[in-house]
Ligand binder design. Structure first.
Ligand code: SF4
Length: 211
């Protein structure tokens, strides 16, 4: 697990270990049991990127070599992209978009999924380009019984969104496993268009024209 001097550490108390070491000790106990299903809730949160990569490799080996099922709960979409086959995006306790990894990342349709992906820094983004966070906070919800819980934070909100809780329905891209809970989903063309319109090159051109 990458803990230096493990023989000495074995005789130490938990308060003598760093948070990352305690996290790795816990993961080691879970892995040692060779479970049929492992539920990993933010397993790499307190780890630096090097140890994080080691832990993720370990989890991958557990799945491929031991046949362990892995249910990963995380906010880190980088971890999701590298590890998960099937993805549920949850909002206010409900799945709002479900798909296999490739369609979820290449063709997201729910505004929350699109917002999450848009808030990740990209290496290929132009220098200085600001991130686009999902506006508001998780407290800005309405009850699902009253409509879409994401409505107070959604730029695609219409009155139809408050006609009761949206149901999980097929995205309609021919993939039966790709479903979403949204009455005004975002199309792939919208995402591409918005990315183009928001790029500094286009904004700069507009400003020059206005000037
Ligand atoms: S149902 Fe309406 S408010 Fe909810 S995510 Fe879709 S567009 Fe936004």
């Amino acid at each position: 697990m990458g803990i230096p001097d493990p023989t000495r550490r074995l005789n130490e108390y938990p308060h003598q270990l760093s948070g990352g070491m305690r996290q790795r000790a816990l993961i080691a106990m879970a892995v040692a049991c060779k479970p049929r299903l492992m539920i990993a809730d933010e397993p790499t949160t307190a780890l630096d990127v090097t140890i994080q990569a080691q832990i993720l490799e370990l989890l991958k080996d557990l799945v491929t070599e031991e046949g362990t099922g892995l249910l990963m709960i995380t906010h880190d979409l980088g971890v999701v992209a590298g590890l998960c086959d099937d993805i549920n995006v949850l909002y206010a306790g409900r799945a709002v978009e479900t798909a296999e990894r490739a369609p979820l990342f290449s063709d997201p349709t729910h505004p929350y999924t699109v917002g999450l992906l848009g808030s990740i820094p990209r290496l290929d983004a132009p220098r200085g380009e600001p991130l686009t966070p999902v506006r508001g906070s998780v407290n800005d919800n309405i009850a699902w019984a009253d409509g879409c819980a994401f409505a107070p934070r959604c730029d695609h909100y219409t009155m139809e969104c408050l006609q009761g809780p949206p149901q999980l329905v097929s995205v309609g891209d021919g993939d039966p496993g790709h479903v979403h809970r949204c009455v005004n989903p975002i199309s792939h063309a919208d995402v591409v268009d918005r990315a183009v319109l928001e790029s500094p090159a286009v904004v700069g051109d507009d400003e020059e024209e206005r000037g």
